[in-house]
Structure formats: structure tokens, C-alpha cells
Design a binder for this molecule. Structure first.
Ligand code: GLU
Length: 399
């Protein structure tokens, strides 16, 4: 064939988190000794009541099409959750069940972005955001937040980034890859800029249950925000349901209608069975997630302590999510035992995977080449092994 394929699709990058996860899983299947802290995927099983609800749903014949926006009872339960935990008022027609939070982000962008629109993305950012914006013909505009500001952007930085073409900001709180959590005051000042400039906000809150010391606030909870915010959430992380692919958008009614239309044409709806599983998850509340959160906190502290010792400098503990975004630029310029120079985070991660069998994600994938990302949603044993391998890899580098 000589006819060109979609240039818009050719111009987006493949997901590096997904690529590394797929590669590591394949290497393990091939019998290689690989420790994977690549993709963020809780190592616990899906809780039993959720498994049971899904089996019951299958046996009860819940195996046919649902409405494009999802099952009414599930959407009602999402409204109750948003009211109870986040103080947000939503009606069921504002909720659209999706095939995971990634799909919910796509839906939100597809409903908002016209070719040429700018979408502000605080960096470091989750790998998928800029590619989806580009895919839809928009332009990602990055606002860089450094380690010195806990990887969080300020209201002044946001204001500076707004132009005539700005359509929306894509916030991720708690943040993947940095684990940063915005305080109430910080979110309030960002919200003021968002409202003043009359732009939309897509707020990806998929890590909301994993906040270690502070309180989580939804971006939609601030004055003037509900009418311009699309809240994105999912069950993958909070209920260990990565493979079930189930999440949701909560949006102002006119936007929810558009998302329903998009979904009706693109996928019809997320899996009927997964929606019943999500219903059971919502009815379980936060208890299981709170236990997981305590475990993740202990694992975070272990990683921070080990990395501080290995690098010989203090590593700051992330406030939420389950990632450690570790600055490693001081290792750049050194040589591997094979004589290859480490030029940046991609070289470093390639070296660790090939020489030590440790899979982690280069910061370059998240818009910050000075760091690498570890997921500590992995067993204690894997984390201990990962730290040993990281240490050996670092100590084998030469000036
Ligand atoms: N969101 C997770 C991560 O960043 C899972 C992989 C993905 O969908 O990117 O690792």
C-alpha cells in the first residue's frame, strides 16, 4: 500500500510506561530474572467482594450492552462517593463510566480540544497526557515544576502560561510520576487563576486514596470550578483493578452529554461486568484502600531510606501516589563497565535493565530527564531486590 496512514497518529509517541511493563513481563515470561518497578500496578489481588460481585453479575446474565454512559445504579453510587468523600454535587447524568481513567482523560480532551487549542500540562507529567492532546490536534504547553518546589506549579506560573488559545489545564493530583500533592491553599490559588481566565480543568484524581499525611481535595470543590472541571477517576489503583479497565468522568452536564456521544460511537460502553465490579468496589468504601495506603507508606519510607544511603544525599519522601521520582543527574557522564556513557535517564534505565535486570522508567518519558521513576506498588521482596540491583548498578559506574 502506498496511501499514507494517519499522520496525527504517527506523530504521537508510544507510551513508555506501557512499553517497559510489556518488555519486563515478556522478559520474565522468557525466564529472565527481572525485577519490574516499571508500571504502577498494585501487587495485591482485587478484593474478594469485588471478584464475587463480578462472578455473580456474569451468572445473572449481566453480559449484554449497557447504556453508553454506563449503568444507572453504578453512576448513582459514583455520585454518592463524590458527595460523601469530596463534597461534590453531581447528578447521575453527569457521570460517564469509562474503560479506565486513561480512557476518561481521552474522553475529556476529546470533548474540549479543537485543532490549535493549547492545553496546559504541569511537568513532570504522566506520559500519556501530551500525546493525547497532540492526537486531538491540540498543543501541549508545559509548565515546569522543579524538585525545589516539590514538583508543584504555582498560580503565577499558571497565569504566565495562559494565552488566547488556552482551552484547559490538565491537573494530576496526587501526581504520577512525582507523588506531589497540592495543599488546599495551593489548589485554591490555582483555581482562582483558572476561573479568572475562564478555562477548563481536567482533574485526574486516580491516586486520591494514596495521600500519606495531608488531606486530599478535589479541584472541582473550589469556587467556580465545578462548572468548568471534568473529574477523572478510576478503580485500577484504589481497588487493585488494573486489568478490569474501569473508571469514570464526572463533568458539567453539557460536557457529559458530549462525552456520552463520543463513547456511544467509539466503544459503546465499558464492560458490563466491570461496571458491576465497580459498584461493589464503591460500596466497599475506603477501608481496603486505607490498609494499602499504610503499606505503601511503609514501602515509600524503605525506598527513601535506601536511596538516600545509596546516593549519599537526602531524598525527599513523596507525599502521595506510589512513585518515587528520583533525581540522578549526578550520575550522567559516567561510564558503564562496558564503556558506554550514561547520557541521560533513558541510557541509565537501559543500562539497569540490561546489566541488573531492573525495570524502572526514565524521567524523560515524564518531561524531566534528570530523574527516574520507581513504582513502589510492589512486594517488599521486590523492592529490596530492586534496591540491591540499583545500588550495584550505580556503584559499577566509573568516572
Ligand atoms: N498509569 C500507570 C503508570 O504510569 C500504568 C501504566 C500506564 O497506563 O501508563 O505506570
Amino acid at each position: 500500500m502506498t496511501r499514507a496512514l494517519s499522520t496525527r497518529t504517527e506523530n504521537i509517541a508510544a507510551s513508555l510506561t506501557v512499553a517497559i511493563d510489556t518488555l519486563a513481563k515478556q522478559m520474565i515470561a522468557d525466564g529472565k530474572d527481572v525485577v519490574s518497578l516499571g508500571a504502577g500496578e498494585p501487587d495485591f489481588p482485587t478484593p474478594t467482594p469485588i471478584q464475587d460481585a463480578a462472578c455473580e453479575a456474569i451468572r445473572a446474565g449481566k453480559t449484554r450492552y449497557t447504556a453508553p454512559v454506563g449503568i444507572l445504579d453504578v453512576r448513582k453510587e459514583v455520585c454518592s462517593k463524590l458527595k460523601r468523600e469530596n463534597g461534590l454535587d453531581y447528578a447521575p447524568e453527569q457521570i460517564i463510566m469509562t474503560s479506565g481513567a486513561k480512557h476518561a482523560v481521552f474522553n475529556a480532551l476529546a470533548a474540549l480540544v479543537n485543532p490549535g487549542d493549547e492545553v496546559i500540562i504541569p511537568a513532570p507529567y504522566w506520559v500519556t497526557y501530551p500525546e493525547l492532546v497532540k492526537w486531538l490536534g491540540g498543543t501541549p504547553v508545559f509548565v515546569q515544576a522543579g524538585v525545589e518546589n516539590d514538583f508543584k506549579i504555582t498560580a503565577a506560573q499558571l497565569q504566565d502560561a495562559v494565552t488566547e488559545k488556552t482551552k484547559a489545564i490538565l491537573l494530576n493530583n496526587p501526581c504520577n510520576p512525582t507523588g506531589s500533592v497540592y495543599t488546599r491553599e495551593e489548589l485554591e490559588s490555582l483555581a482562582k487563576v483558572i476561573v479568572k481566565n475562564d478555562i477548563y480543568c481536567i482533574s485526574d484524581e486516580v491516586y486520591e486514596y494514596f495521600v500519606y499525611n495531608d488531606t486530599f481535595y478535589s479541584a472541582a470543590a473550589f469556587d467556580g470550578m465545578a462548572e468548568r472541571t471534568i473529574v477523572v477517576n478510576g478503580f485500577s489503583k484504589s481497588y487493585c483493578m488494573t486489568g478490569w479497565r474501569i473508571g469514570y468522568d464526572a463533568a458539567p452536564a453539557p460536557i457529559a452529554k458530549i462525552i456520552g456521544k463520543i463513547q456511544g460511537q467509539a466503544t459503546h460502553h465499558p464492560s458490563n461486568v466491570a461496571q458491576y465490579a465497580a459498584l461493589a468496589a464503591l460500596q466497599m468504601g475506603k477501608t481496603e484502600a486505607d490498609k494499602m495506603c499504610a503499606t505503601f507508606k511503609r514501602r515509600r519510607d524503605f525506598m527513601v531510606e535506601r536511596m538516600t544511603a545509596i546516593l549519599g544525599e537526602s531524598v525527599k519522601a513523596p507525599a502521595g501516589a506510589f512513585y518515587l521520582f528520583l533525581p540522578i543527574a549526578k550520575l550522567y557522564g559516567k561510564k558503564t563497565p562496558d564503556g558506554n556513557k550514561i547520557g541521560g535517564s533513558i541510557d541509565f534505565c537501559k543500562y539497569l535493565l540490561e546489566s541488573e535486570g531492573l525495570a524502572i522508567v526514565p524521567g524523560a518519558a515524564f518531561g524531566d530527564d534528570t530523574c527516574v521513576r520507581f513504582s513502589y506498588a510492589a512486594s517488599d521482596e521486590s523492592l529490596a531486590k530492586a534496591c540491591e540491583r540499583f545500588e550495584r548498578g550505580v556503584k559499577s559506574l566509573r568516572e
